[in-house]
Design a protein around this ligand. Structure first.
Ligand SMILES: Cc1cc2nc3c(=O)[nH]c(=O)nc-3n(C[C@H](O)[C@H](O)[C@H](O)COP(=O)(O)O)c2cc1C
Length: 378
Protein backbone atom coordinates (compact mmCIF):
# COMPACT_ATOMS: atom_id res chain seq x y z
CA UNK A 1 0.00 0.00 0.00
CA UNK A 2 1.38 3.39 -0.97
CA UNK A 3 1.86 5.93 1.82
CA UNK A 4 2.11 8.75 -0.72
CA UNK A 5 -1.48 8.05 -1.70
CA UNK A 6 -2.91 7.92 1.81
CA UNK A 7 -5.30 10.79 2.56
CA UNK A 8 -4.24 13.52 4.96
CA UNK A 9 -6.68 15.41 7.16
CA UNK A 10 -5.73 18.93 8.19
CA UNK A 11 -8.46 20.49 10.31
CA UNK A 12 -11.69 19.91 8.29
CA UNK A 13 -9.93 19.49 4.95
CA UNK A 14 -9.08 16.02 3.66
CA UNK A 15 -6.45 15.78 0.92
CA UNK A 16 -6.64 12.64 -1.20
CA UNK A 17 -2.86 12.20 -1.24
CA UNK A 18 0.35 13.63 0.17
CA UNK A 19 1.23 15.37 -3.09
CA UNK A 20 1.10 19.16 -3.40
CA UNK A 21 1.91 21.37 -6.34
CA UNK A 22 4.30 23.97 -4.96
CA UNK A 23 3.44 27.65 -5.60
CA UNK A 24 4.83 28.82 -8.92
CA UNK A 25 4.73 32.47 -9.96
CA UNK A 26 3.54 32.87 -13.51
CA UNK A 27 4.02 36.65 -13.90
CA UNK A 28 0.93 36.65 -16.10
CA UNK A 29 -1.52 38.70 -14.04
CA UNK A 30 -2.55 42.22 -15.03
CA UNK A 31 -2.79 44.58 -12.03
CA UNK A 32 -2.86 41.46 -9.87
CA UNK A 33 -5.96 40.06 -11.62
CA UNK A 34 -6.07 36.36 -12.57
CA UNK A 35 -7.11 35.25 -16.06
CA UNK A 36 -7.45 32.10 -18.20
CA UNK A 37 -3.71 31.46 -17.94
CA UNK A 38 -4.05 30.78 -14.22
CA UNK A 39 -7.07 28.55 -14.76
CA UNK A 40 -5.27 26.35 -17.31
CA UNK A 41 -1.89 26.40 -15.54
CA UNK A 42 -3.42 25.28 -12.22
CA UNK A 43 -6.27 23.24 -13.69
CA UNK A 44 -3.93 20.82 -15.46
CA UNK A 45 -2.47 19.79 -12.08
CA UNK A 46 -5.93 18.86 -10.80
CA UNK A 47 -6.45 16.72 -13.91
CA UNK A 48 -3.01 15.25 -13.22
CA UNK A 49 -4.11 13.95 -9.81
CA UNK A 50 -2.46 16.30 -7.29
CA UNK A 51 -4.06 16.35 -3.84
CA UNK A 52 -3.35 20.02 -3.14
CA UNK A 53 -2.66 22.69 -5.73
CA UNK A 54 -1.16 25.98 -4.57
CA UNK A 55 -1.64 29.12 -6.60
CA UNK A 56 1.47 31.28 -6.74
CA UNK A 57 2.78 34.01 -4.42
CA UNK A 58 -0.08 36.52 -4.30
CA UNK A 59 0.57 40.04 -3.12
CA UNK A 60 -1.31 41.41 -0.12
CA UNK A 61 -0.68 44.99 -1.26
CA UNK A 62 0.11 46.42 -4.69
CA UNK A 63 3.59 47.59 -3.73
CA UNK A 64 4.29 44.18 -2.23
CA UNK A 65 4.37 42.57 -5.66
CA UNK A 66 7.68 41.21 -6.80
CA UNK A 67 6.97 41.93 -10.48
CA UNK A 68 4.30 43.68 -12.51
CA UNK A 69 2.88 40.25 -13.37
CA UNK A 70 2.28 38.96 -9.83
CA UNK A 71 -1.17 37.89 -8.71
CA UNK A 72 -2.79 40.04 -6.04
CA UNK A 73 -5.53 39.92 -3.42
CA UNK A 74 -5.22 43.48 -2.16
CA UNK A 75 -8.66 44.54 -3.42
CA UNK A 76 -12.07 42.87 -3.58
CA UNK A 77 -12.24 43.00 -7.38
CA UNK A 78 -9.45 40.43 -7.51
CA UNK A 79 -11.67 37.76 -5.89
CA UNK A 80 -14.03 37.06 -8.79
CA UNK A 81 -11.43 36.07 -11.46
CA UNK A 82 -10.04 33.45 -9.05
CA UNK A 83 -13.40 31.73 -8.54
CA UNK A 84 -13.31 29.68 -11.78
CA UNK A 85 -9.88 28.40 -10.70
CA UNK A 86 -11.01 27.17 -7.28
CA UNK A 87 -14.29 25.79 -8.70
CA UNK A 88 -12.39 23.78 -11.32
CA UNK A 89 -9.83 22.41 -8.87
CA UNK A 90 -12.58 21.34 -6.45
CA UNK A 91 -14.65 19.75 -9.23
CA UNK A 92 -11.64 17.68 -10.30
CA UNK A 93 -10.81 16.46 -6.80
CA UNK A 94 -7.91 18.73 -5.84
CA UNK A 95 -7.99 21.07 -2.86
CA UNK A 96 -7.31 24.67 -3.94
CA UNK A 97 -4.61 26.48 -1.98
CA UNK A 98 -2.98 29.87 -2.44
CA UNK A 99 0.20 31.50 -1.21
CA UNK A 100 0.03 35.01 0.26
CA UNK A 101 3.12 37.18 0.30
CA UNK A 102 4.81 40.54 0.26
CA UNK A 103 8.09 41.06 -1.57
CA UNK A 104 9.53 43.73 0.76
CA UNK A 105 12.95 44.77 -0.55
CA UNK A 106 12.63 42.31 -3.45
CA UNK A 107 9.72 44.33 -4.92
CA UNK A 108 9.94 46.00 -8.32
CA UNK A 109 11.88 43.20 -9.96
CA UNK A 110 11.96 42.12 -13.60
CA UNK A 111 10.48 38.77 -14.55
CA UNK A 112 13.11 35.96 -14.55
CA UNK A 113 13.40 35.97 -18.35
CA UNK A 114 13.88 39.76 -18.31
CA UNK A 115 16.85 39.37 -15.97
CA UNK A 116 15.56 39.14 -12.36
CA UNK A 117 17.11 42.58 -11.81
CA UNK A 118 15.39 45.74 -10.55
CA UNK A 119 12.81 47.38 -12.83
CA UNK A 120 14.16 50.64 -14.31
CA UNK A 121 12.87 53.38 -16.59
CA UNK A 122 13.97 51.19 -19.51
CA UNK A 123 11.11 48.83 -18.65
CA UNK A 124 8.75 51.78 -18.86
CA UNK A 125 9.86 52.41 -22.45
CA UNK A 126 9.93 48.75 -23.44
CA UNK A 127 6.89 47.37 -21.65
CA UNK A 128 5.09 50.29 -20.06
CA UNK A 129 6.12 49.00 -16.61
CA UNK A 130 7.26 51.57 -14.04
CA UNK A 131 9.69 50.95 -11.18
CA UNK A 132 8.34 51.53 -7.67
CA UNK A 133 9.96 51.94 -4.28
CA UNK A 134 10.23 49.09 -1.81
CA UNK A 135 9.88 48.77 1.97
CA UNK A 136 11.78 46.46 4.30
CA UNK A 137 12.54 45.98 7.99
CA UNK A 138 15.84 47.83 7.46
CA UNK A 139 17.22 50.16 4.82
CA UNK A 140 19.54 47.48 3.47
CA UNK A 141 19.41 46.56 -0.23
CA UNK A 142 18.80 42.98 -1.29
CA UNK A 143 22.05 42.82 -3.26
CA UNK A 144 24.59 44.98 -4.99
CA UNK A 145 22.92 47.06 -7.68
CA UNK A 146 19.52 46.98 -5.93
CA UNK A 147 17.87 50.15 -4.62
CA UNK A 148 17.87 50.81 -0.88
CA UNK A 149 14.38 50.10 0.52
CA UNK A 150 12.62 52.43 2.97
CA UNK A 151 12.76 51.21 6.54
CA UNK A 152 9.23 50.36 7.70
CA UNK A 153 7.85 52.43 10.56
CA UNK A 154 5.27 51.17 13.07
CA UNK A 155 2.39 52.26 10.78
CA UNK A 156 3.83 50.38 7.80
CA UNK A 157 4.26 47.28 9.92
CA UNK A 158 0.69 47.42 11.25
CA UNK A 159 -0.70 48.11 7.76
CA UNK A 160 1.04 45.10 6.19
CA UNK A 161 0.05 42.78 9.04
CA UNK A 162 -3.59 43.84 8.57
CA UNK A 163 -3.24 43.43 4.78
CA UNK A 164 -2.32 39.74 5.26
CA UNK A 165 -5.54 39.25 7.26
CA UNK A 166 -7.66 41.03 4.66
CA UNK A 167 -6.09 39.05 1.81
CA UNK A 168 -6.89 35.82 3.73
CA UNK A 169 -10.53 36.86 3.89
CA UNK A 170 -10.50 37.49 0.10
CA UNK A 171 -8.82 34.12 -0.52
CA UNK A 172 -11.63 32.48 1.44
CA UNK A 173 -14.25 34.33 -0.62
CA UNK A 174 -12.49 33.21 -3.79
CA UNK A 175 -12.93 29.58 -2.67
CA UNK A 176 -9.45 28.61 -1.48
CA UNK A 177 -9.29 26.09 1.38
CA UNK A 178 -5.61 26.09 2.30
CA UNK A 179 -3.35 29.12 2.79
CA UNK A 180 0.42 29.11 2.52
CA UNK A 181 2.14 32.21 3.88
CA UNK A 182 5.33 33.16 2.09
CA UNK A 183 7.89 33.57 4.87
CA UNK A 184 10.83 32.22 2.84
CA UNK A 185 13.16 32.99 -0.08
CA UNK A 186 14.09 36.48 1.06
CA UNK A 187 10.64 38.04 0.84
CA UNK A 188 9.26 40.41 3.48
CA UNK A 189 8.46 38.01 6.33
CA UNK A 190 11.77 36.23 5.85
CA UNK A 191 13.47 39.67 5.82
CA UNK A 192 12.10 40.21 9.31
CA UNK A 193 13.13 36.73 10.45
CA UNK A 194 16.70 36.89 9.21
CA UNK A 195 19.48 38.89 10.87
CA UNK A 196 20.96 39.30 7.38
CA UNK A 197 18.11 41.66 6.41
CA UNK A 198 16.72 42.75 9.78
CA UNK A 199 19.06 45.19 11.56
CA UNK A 200 16.37 46.77 13.74
CA UNK A 201 16.96 47.47 17.38
CA UNK A 202 13.29 47.98 18.34
CA UNK A 203 10.71 45.33 19.28
CA UNK A 204 10.57 44.06 15.63
CA UNK A 205 14.24 43.07 15.50
CA UNK A 206 17.23 42.15 17.59
CA UNK A 207 17.06 38.66 19.08
CA UNK A 208 15.16 35.74 17.57
CA UNK A 209 12.01 36.63 19.52
CA UNK A 210 11.99 40.18 18.14
CA UNK A 211 12.73 39.10 14.56
CA UNK A 212 9.99 36.45 14.78
CA UNK A 213 7.36 38.90 16.03
CA UNK A 214 6.27 40.07 12.55
CA UNK A 215 5.67 36.47 11.37
CA UNK A 216 3.76 35.66 14.55
CA UNK A 217 1.57 38.76 14.20
CA UNK A 218 0.89 37.95 10.54
CA UNK A 219 -0.28 34.46 11.59
CA UNK A 220 -2.49 36.01 14.27
CA UNK A 221 -3.97 38.54 11.86
CA UNK A 222 -4.73 35.79 9.32
CA UNK A 223 -6.25 33.47 11.89
CA UNK A 224 -8.74 36.24 12.82
CA UNK A 225 -10.18 36.12 9.29
CA UNK A 226 -9.34 32.56 8.19
CA UNK A 227 -11.79 30.01 9.61
CA UNK A 228 -10.84 27.57 12.38
CA UNK A 229 -11.95 24.76 10.09
CA UNK A 230 -9.31 25.50 7.42
CA UNK A 231 -5.58 24.78 7.46
CA UNK A 232 -2.86 27.42 7.55
CA UNK A 233 0.64 26.66 6.28
CA UNK A 234 3.82 28.76 6.52
CA UNK A 235 6.68 28.42 4.05
CA UNK A 236 9.94 29.07 5.90
CA UNK A 237 13.53 29.15 4.78
CA UNK A 238 14.83 26.75 7.44
CA UNK A 239 18.37 28.04 6.96
CA UNK A 240 19.92 31.03 5.18
CA UNK A 241 22.99 28.88 4.37
CA UNK A 242 25.02 31.95 5.43
CA UNK A 243 27.16 32.41 8.54
CA UNK A 244 25.32 34.89 10.75
CA UNK A 245 21.96 34.05 9.17
CA UNK A 246 19.04 31.85 10.28
CA UNK A 247 20.04 28.37 11.45
CA UNK A 248 17.71 25.35 11.68
CA UNK A 249 17.63 25.46 15.52
CA UNK A 250 16.04 28.89 15.32
CA UNK A 251 13.57 27.72 12.69
CA UNK A 252 12.40 24.95 15.02
CA UNK A 253 11.57 27.67 17.58
CA UNK A 254 9.81 29.75 14.91
CA UNK A 255 7.77 26.71 13.87
CA UNK A 256 6.74 26.15 17.52
CA UNK A 257 5.74 29.80 17.91
CA UNK A 258 3.70 29.69 14.69
CA UNK A 259 2.01 26.43 15.70
CA UNK A 260 0.84 28.18 18.89
CA UNK A 261 -0.87 30.77 16.63
CA UNK A 262 -2.81 28.10 14.74
CA UNK A 263 -0.36 27.23 11.96
CA UNK A 264 -0.87 23.60 10.97
CA UNK A 265 2.05 22.79 8.72
CA UNK A 266 5.51 24.15 7.91
CA UNK A 267 6.50 24.09 4.25
CA UNK A 268 10.27 23.70 4.51
CA UNK A 269 12.40 25.47 1.97
CA UNK A 270 15.75 27.23 2.41
CA UNK A 271 17.80 30.23 1.32
CA UNK A 272 17.08 33.32 -0.73
CA UNK A 273 17.85 36.13 1.68
CA UNK A 274 21.42 36.96 0.85
CA UNK A 275 21.39 38.41 -2.60
CA UNK A 276 23.30 37.01 -5.47
CA UNK A 277 26.43 35.72 -3.82
CA UNK A 278 26.51 31.97 -3.63
CA UNK A 279 25.42 30.94 -0.16
CA UNK A 280 28.00 28.93 1.68
CA UNK A 281 27.57 25.36 2.90
CA UNK A 282 24.82 24.55 0.41
CA UNK A 283 24.89 21.29 -1.52
CA UNK A 284 22.08 20.65 -3.96
CA UNK A 285 21.02 17.06 -4.55
CA UNK A 286 17.71 15.23 -4.80
CA UNK A 287 15.67 15.94 -1.68
CA UNK A 288 18.40 18.15 -0.16
CA UNK A 289 15.85 20.07 1.96
CA UNK A 290 14.12 16.97 3.34
CA UNK A 291 16.29 16.90 6.51
CA UNK A 292 14.80 20.28 7.50
CA UNK A 293 11.23 19.04 7.07
CA UNK A 294 12.17 15.99 9.13
CA UNK A 295 13.73 18.01 11.92
CA UNK A 296 10.83 20.47 12.18
CA UNK A 297 8.28 17.65 12.22
CA UNK A 298 10.16 15.83 14.99
CA UNK A 299 11.30 18.75 17.14
CA UNK A 300 8.56 21.35 16.72
CA UNK A 301 5.71 18.86 16.83
CA UNK A 302 3.98 20.31 13.78
CA UNK A 303 3.25 18.75 10.40
CA UNK A 304 5.78 19.46 7.66
CA UNK A 305 5.98 19.54 3.90
CA UNK A 306 9.21 18.70 2.07
CA UNK A 307 10.07 20.54 -1.14
CA UNK A 308 12.97 21.01 -3.52
CA UNK A 309 14.59 18.78 -6.13
CA UNK A 310 12.06 15.99 -5.79
CA UNK A 311 10.98 13.99 -8.84
CA UNK A 312 11.36 10.29 -8.14
CA UNK A 313 8.14 8.57 -7.04
CA UNK A 314 9.93 5.91 -4.95
CA UNK A 315 11.95 8.63 -3.22
CA UNK A 316 8.79 10.61 -2.39
CA UNK A 317 7.08 7.43 -1.19
CA UNK A 318 10.01 6.75 1.13
CA UNK A 319 9.99 10.29 2.57
CA UNK A 320 6.37 9.81 3.65
CA UNK A 321 6.73 6.16 4.67
CA UNK A 322 9.78 6.93 6.83
CA UNK A 323 7.88 9.74 8.57
CA UNK A 324 10.30 12.42 7.41
CA UNK A 325 7.48 14.72 6.22
CA UNK A 326 3.71 14.67 6.03
CA UNK A 327 3.58 15.89 2.45
CA UNK A 328 5.83 16.50 -0.53
CA UNK A 329 5.53 19.53 -2.80
CA UNK A 330 6.84 19.49 -6.36
CA UNK A 331 7.31 22.45 -8.68
CA UNK A 332 9.49 22.02 -11.79
CA UNK A 333 8.73 18.32 -12.14
CA UNK A 334 5.04 19.25 -12.33
CA UNK A 335 5.78 21.70 -15.14
CA UNK A 336 7.56 18.91 -16.97
CA UNK A 337 4.82 16.39 -16.29
CA UNK A 338 1.52 17.75 -14.92
CA UNK A 339 0.34 14.11 -14.73
CA UNK A 340 3.20 13.25 -12.35
CA UNK A 341 0.89 12.15 -9.50
CA UNK A 342 -0.96 9.73 -11.83
CA UNK A 343 2.31 8.33 -13.17
CA UNK A 344 3.66 8.04 -9.62
CA UNK A 345 0.50 6.13 -8.61
CA UNK A 346 1.06 3.63 -11.43
CA UNK A 347 4.71 3.20 -10.48
CA UNK A 348 3.79 2.58 -6.84
CA UNK A 349 0.99 0.16 -7.77
CA UNK A 350 -1.54 2.51 -6.24
CA UNK A 351 -3.61 2.74 -9.43
CA UNK A 352 -3.39 -0.33 -11.62
CA UNK A 353 -6.36 0.37 -13.88
CA UNK A 354 -6.15 4.11 -14.48
CA UNK A 355 -9.00 4.56 -12.00
CA UNK A 356 -7.44 7.72 -10.60
CA UNK A 357 -7.48 9.39 -14.00
CA UNK A 358 -10.42 11.44 -15.19
CA UNK A 359 -12.46 8.82 -17.10
CA UNK A 360 -12.23 10.93 -20.26
CA UNK A 361 -8.59 9.86 -20.44
CA UNK A 362 -8.39 6.92 -18.06
CA UNK A 363 -10.94 4.74 -19.84
CA UNK A 364 -8.97 4.93 -23.10
CA UNK A 365 -5.61 4.42 -21.47
CA UNK A 366 -6.90 1.35 -19.62
CA UNK A 367 -8.24 -0.12 -22.90
CA UNK A 368 -4.99 0.60 -24.67
CA UNK A 369 -2.94 -0.94 -21.87
CA UNK A 370 -4.98 -4.16 -22.07
CA UNK A 371 -4.63 -4.32 -25.84
CA UNK A 372 -0.89 -3.75 -25.68
CA UNK A 373 -0.61 -6.56 -23.14
CA UNK A 374 -2.81 -8.92 -25.17
CA UNK A 375 -0.80 -8.30 -28.32
CA UNK A 376 2.46 -8.59 -26.40
CA UNK A 377 3.63 -5.25 -27.79
CA UNK A 378 5.37 -4.02 -24.64
C1 LIG B 1 8.29 28.82 -12.23
C2 LIG B 1 8.54 28.83 -10.76
C3 LIG B 1 7.93 29.79 -9.98
C4 LIG B 1 8.08 29.77 -8.58
N1 LIG B 1 7.37 30.66 -7.82
C5 LIG B 1 7.32 30.48 -6.47
C6 LIG B 1 6.39 31.18 -5.68
O1 LIG B 1 5.56 31.95 -6.17
N2 LIG B 1 6.41 30.96 -4.34
C7 LIG B 1 7.28 30.07 -3.76
O2 LIG B 1 7.25 29.90 -2.54
N3 LIG B 1 8.17 29.40 -4.49
C8 LIG B 1 8.19 29.55 -5.83
N4 LIG B 1 9.01 28.77 -6.58
C9 LIG B 1 9.81 27.74 -5.91
C10 LIG B 1 9.07 26.40 -5.90
O3 LIG B 1 7.83 26.49 -5.24
C11 LIG B 1 9.92 25.29 -5.29
O4 LIG B 1 10.11 25.55 -3.92
C12 LIG B 1 11.28 25.17 -5.96
O5 LIG B 1 11.16 25.27 -7.36
C13 LIG B 1 11.96 23.85 -5.62
O6 LIG B 1 11.16 22.76 -5.98
P1 LIG B 1 11.38 21.92 -7.36
O7 LIG B 1 12.78 21.41 -7.32
O8 LIG B 1 10.35 20.82 -7.27
O9 LIG B 1 11.17 22.82 -8.51
C14 LIG B 1 8.91 28.80 -7.98
C15 LIG B 1 9.57 27.87 -8.78
C16 LIG B 1 9.38 27.86 -10.15
C17 LIG B 1 10.06 26.80 -10.98
Amino acid sequence: MSELFQPLKLRDVTLKSRIAVSPMSQYRAKNGYANNWHLVHLGRFALGGAGLVFAEATAVEADGRRTHGDLGLWEDGQIEPLRPVTAFLEAEGAVPGIQLGHAGRKASERRPWHGETPVTDEDLTERGEKPWSAIAPSAVPYAEGWPTPDEMDEDDIRRVIAAFGDAARRALEAGFRVLDVYAAHGFLIHQFLSPIANHRTDAWGGDALGRRRFAVEVARSIRKQWPESLPLVFRLSATDWIDGGIEPEETVETARALAREGVDMIDCSTGGVGGRERPRRMRIEQGFQVPFAERIRREADVASMAVGFLWDAQECEKIIADGRADMVALAREMLDDPNWPLHAAAQLNADENHNMWPPEAGWWLMKRARLIEKLGLR
